[in-house]
Design a protein around this ligand. Structure first.
Ligand SMILES: N=c1c2ncn([C@@H]3O[C@H](COP(=O)(O)OP(=O)(O)OP(=O)(O)O)[C@@H](O)[C@H]3O)c2ncn1[C@@H]1O[C@H](COP(=O)(O)O)[C@@H](O)[C@H]1O
Length: 115
């Protein structure tokens, strides 16, 4: 049985997946789902992101926890393909989240209003 990753491993899982997705730029669409998506272009990738987000919504409304975990994984995966399409690294998103840590969303919102 696969063990739940420790917090320190989470970043590794995401960066290794990003590396695999990035390497698929050179792969043939016949041999790789990621290569198929990257070759199909932005609209196809965006369609998959929206489709998977809709499936997250349905799994949540059904209250099906295991299904929800799988659908969120699908959204994360497809948004990572989108990042690769735009040549953005997952580390950039992690850095953005890190910068937001300890800043309340309400405080951030209030600071925008006063600008
Ligand atoms: N994490 C994933 C991953 N999650 C989901 N999927 C695929 O995403 C697809 C979309 O799911 P759907 O239920 O919408 O399937 P579908 O209806 O057949 O999709 P469409 O025909 O509408 O495109 C499925 O084919 C899943 O297998 C993934 N495919 C690949 N990966 C990772 O990407 C790596 C590279 O994959 P390949 O490029 O295929 O080698 C793999 O080793 C994995 O680490």
């Amino acid at each position: 049985m696969t063990q739940t990753p420790k917090a320190a491993d989470v970043v590794m899982v995401l960066t290794e997946l990003a590396d695999i997705i990035d390497a698929r730029r050179q792969a043939s669409p016949q041999s790789s789902y990621v290569a198929q998506l990257l070759h199909s272009g932005e609209d196809k990738i965006l369609k998959k992101v929206i489709e998977e987000a809709g499936e997250v919504l349905m799994a949540s409304k059904d209250g099906d926890r295991q299904h929800l975990i799988k659908e969120v994984a699908d959204v994360w995966f497809h948004t990572m393909v989108l990042l690769t399409y735009h040549q953005i690294r997952v580390e950039d998103v992690l850095q953005e989240l890190q910068q937001r840590q300890h800043i309340s969303g309400l405080t951030e919102k209030a600071s925008r209003k006063s600008q």
